[in-house]
Every structure is written in structure tokens, then in C-alpha cells.
Write a protein that binds this ligand. Sequence first.
Ligand code: C2E
Ligand code: CA
Ligand code: CA
Length: 285
Amino acid sequence: TALDHAKAKGKSKIIFFEQKLSEHKTRELKLTELLRESIENDFRDFELFCQPQVFASNGKLKGGEALLRWRTDEFGPISPAEFIPILENTNMIVPVGKWVFERALTICKEWLKFCPDFMMSINVSYIQLYDENFLDFVKKTIKRIDIPTSHIIVEFTESCFVTDKDMLHSVFNSIRELGMKIAMDDFGTGYSSLEILKEVPADIVKIDKAFVRNIQSSKFDKTFIRFVVELCHDVDIQVCLEGVETCEELEIISQMGLDFIQGYYFGKPLDTTNFYETFFRNTVA
Ligand code: C2E
Ligand code: CA
Ligand code: CA
């Protein structure tokens, strides 16, 4: 158990066994079993939420990010920060990622009736890229659901950008050829964000919410956001800032030239019924 833990923490570490490590392992095994059951039962207990993204210039709805939720009778709702890594370590992210993609496209198609410019952002894990059927599945799903690909943004995290560059180039090219956009998620948290951006350019960069937390006191964070916006705009990349929660934060970033904002200030992730009620109820389909 201690060895597993050391490996999970990035190897070359000394970890002493303690009781809580074994409790952690037991919980992980239980959750793994329950995740497998959910998948086998037609993705029971999974739900797709959506968080609004707005234009920084006027606060109007631009689209949303599809965010996976999972709950079990025994444990209640479990954070994606806990269950996504389990799905990735067991490869179960491959079927679940497909379910997410299909569901997000179905929802997006429906909402295009109320908001013809709606953009749906979908998270894709780097593990899904190693699945040789990934692109084929994407193509078939787009065709079956019959949705214009210009409304789909695929989000990858930096961890994915550090894997096999040749493979990444070829998958990204195919995604673009299909007409979808690529966003680099959690920008600024990885080891070499700028290098990756140079080598595998994205259409949209999403600056991580860590840069907003101390924005009122941190000159570095403010300068970083401004710098990323300037750099990206020079090379035709749009910039979204994540994690804006308060009016004070919005005030500070409002002069920075950002393209989009996603944060609790404009809306938390909502289930599809609530998202519809909040944003589309009063629009005519
Ligand atoms: P992410 O892709 O960076 O998604 C944004 C996360 O930030 C979401 O957490 C969202 O609820 C949270 N967030 C948004 N605005 C604010 C804010 O103003 N303040 C704070 N404190 N948080 C904010 P969530 O839904 O818990 O998801 C966590 C992560 O799990 C995601 O981070 C993503 O990496 C992963 N994830 C979620 N759904 C999927 C999925 O369908 N597929 C894959 N591969 N990963 C997913
Ligand atoms: Ca994301
Ligand atoms: Ca993010």
C-alpha cells in the first residue's frame, strides 16, 4: 500500500505506512467497484451538468462546459477530483468519456434551438486519446446526432499535452479538420505551459482558477493574466479565465482584454433542467 501511494505521488518518494493509507485504498477499491457497476447499468448514477461561460465584454451567455457528476446510494455525491482519476487509472474513462461526449452533443443540439451560437465545451482525458477508436467514435457520434461541429470545443489539460507529441499533433489535426475547436485547460499549472502552447497550439487557452484566488493582493497573478492575454491574442488564441467568484475579482479582471469568463459569479454548474430554466426559459425556440 505504501509503495502504491509513493508511485501515485510521483515516484522516488519514501512513504511510511499508516492506517489512513489503507483506509484510502479500501475506499478506492469500493468506489472502483461501484463505478464499474454504474457503467454496466447503462451509466446509472452518472449525470452531466453544465456550467455557463460568458463573453467577458458583456457577460452574455457564450456556451457552457459539460461537467460530469456521479453519486452512489452508499457514499452520496463524489467529487470528480476523486472519481475521474479512478476512471483514468482503470481505463473506465474510455466508455465514460464516450457517454459524456454523446450526452454533451445531444444537450448542445437541443440548446441550439434557444441559443443558435451556443458553444459546448467537453473535457477529454489524455487516456481517451490512446483509444484507437476515439476519432472514429467522435466522427460517428457527430454524424448520428447531426450537429454542426463548429459548436463543439474539446478541452484537454496540460498533463495531456506532455504525452507523445506526434500522436497529439495528429489527433489535434483531425479534431480541427472535423471543424471542432481545441482548448488548453488549467493553463499555468503545469511545468512548461508556454513551451507546450508553442508546440501544440490551441484555439482557446483557459487560465486556471488558481490565478484568480489571490488576485486582489498578488501582482504576479494580475500580471500573469494580462501577459497571457497579450501573448495569446498576438497569435490568434482566445483566452478564457476560470474561477471568477466575486464582484471584486470581476472588477479587477474586467480591463484585461479577456475573451470569456467561467466562474461561480456568472453561474455554478447546473443540471440540464436548471440550466434551461436559468438561461433559456424565456427565449423562444
Ligand atoms: P475543470 O475541467 O478545470 O473544470 C472546472 C472546475 O472548476 C469544475 O469543477 C467547476 O465546478 C470548477 N469551478 C468553476 N468555476 C469555479 C469558481 O468560480 N470557483 C471554484 N472554486 N471552482 C469553480 P468540477 O466540476 O468539480 O470538476 C473538476 C475536474 O474534474 C474538472 O476540472 C475536470 O478536470 C474533471 N472533469 C469533470 N468532468 C469531466 C469529464 O466529463 N471528463 C473528464 N475527462 N474530466 C472531467
Ligand atoms: Ca475543463
Ligand atoms: Ca480548468
